[in-house]
Design a binder for this molecule. Structure first.
Ligand SMILES: [Zn+2]
Length: 330
């Protein structure tokens, strides 16, 4: 680690207000691999952030249409089916944590907000299971068609003026790492959840084996869209400060971790563009020729056994690439 402590009196740490940061390493942007960003760790609280810190206007160009996918479906065929199955499983987990709490009776209609709801796939399943569902997305997100009884909203969380203690559960699935002030988001989330209610969240695990192995080539850095990089300790302290008590934690994510290993491995190869396999799967740049896809998929198949082994071992050790957390509002 290079020691590069500097005084940033303009933008202090969002958690501890500290003004001194160590440079961990620098890495290229996710999409084109041409812009350089720096990962810096707060000397006091160890929260890691991306610098330079971009304004909201500057950030918006990284959320252009290709980020969300150009077609109705983000991934093709089989991948879309797998995504549905994963959302179905996640919906079960979201509800089971709520049902395990005292004071919540099965049969009532829990009020759930999914911040960063994407196309609302998780909410549609929760709606079918009897929940009253709200979804929030960025204003740049493409319209998703009929809402089927789900309240889809656009904009920032603090613009919505939700009533205090008005939700039983709030979902922040791969959202917090995208925000310019995670503490502000967590405090507002705590305000709108009733006491005893649940926040369900997932973030890339910066303390994972993958993050340490691949460093600047790690797929889940996703620069500069990921503005903060959490490990179990820094996420716990943010939750505690916001009024939550941790009730569940794991680092298994079959959706994120093995693919992250495979794409990060490819990113280490000298002759490839960054995140090329992912771009092909998402049809980014319009370059999704079947031949290219098959070549990359063949390479991925060779690495898959190692990716699955890493998924299992790291997950058991609590060092998996995704940090999934459930916390109760105090
Ligand atoms: Zn700090």
């Amino acid at each position: 680690m290079r020691s590069d402590v500097e005084d940033r009196d303009k933008v202090s740490c969002c958690f501890c207000r500290g003004r001194f940061f160590n440079l961990l390493f620098s890495a290229f942007d996710f999409d084109k691999g041409k812009e350089v960003f720096h990962l810096k760790k707060c000397v006091q609280c160890h929260l890691v952030r991306t610098e330079p810190i971009l304004s909201q206007d500057q950030v918006q160009k990284y959320y252009s249409l290709p980020y969300y996918g150009t077609g109705k479906e983000k991934f093709k065929g089989l991948a879309e089916t797998i995504t549905y199955w994963l959302n179905y499983r996640r919906a079960g987990s979201v509800l089971s944590h709520l049902e395990s709490k005292q004071g919540f009776s099965v049969g009532t209609s829990p009020r759930i907000l999914d911040i960063g709801c994407g196309r609302g796939n998780l909410l549609r399943i929760l709606k079918d299971k009897g929940c009253e569902c709200y979804g929030l997305e960025r204003v740049e997100f493409p319209d998703i068609g009929p809402s089927k009884g789900i309240h889809f909203l656009k904009g920032n969380l603090n613009e919505q003026l939700f009533e205090e203690s008005s939700f039983d559960e709030v979902i922040l699935w791969h959202v917090l790492e995208h925000t310019d002030n995670p503490m502000a988001i967590l405090k507002e989330t705590a305000r709108i959840i009733r006491p005893g209610g649940i926040v369900a969240m997932a973030v890339p695990n910066f303390g994972s084996f993958q993050a340490k192995l691949f460093q600047s080539a790690w797929f889940h850095l996703d620069l500069p869209r990921h503005t903060y990089h959490f490990d179990p300790n820094t996420l716990s302290q943010c939750l505690n400060r916001s009024g939550f008590k941790l009730i569940g934690k794991n680092t298994f994510s079959i959706e994120q971790n093995p693919f992250g290993f495979i794409q990060s491995f490819f990113n280490k190869l000298p002759f490839t563009r960054p995140n090329r396999f992912y771009a092909l799967l998402k049809k980014i740049d319009g370059s999704s020729s079947l031949f290219s896809l098959l070549v990359w998929a063949g390479g991925a198949a060779l690495i898959l056994p190692f990716a699955l082994l890493e998924y299992l071992v790291s997950g058991i050790l609590g060092k998996g690439a995704t940090l999934c957390v459930y916390a109760e509002k105090q």
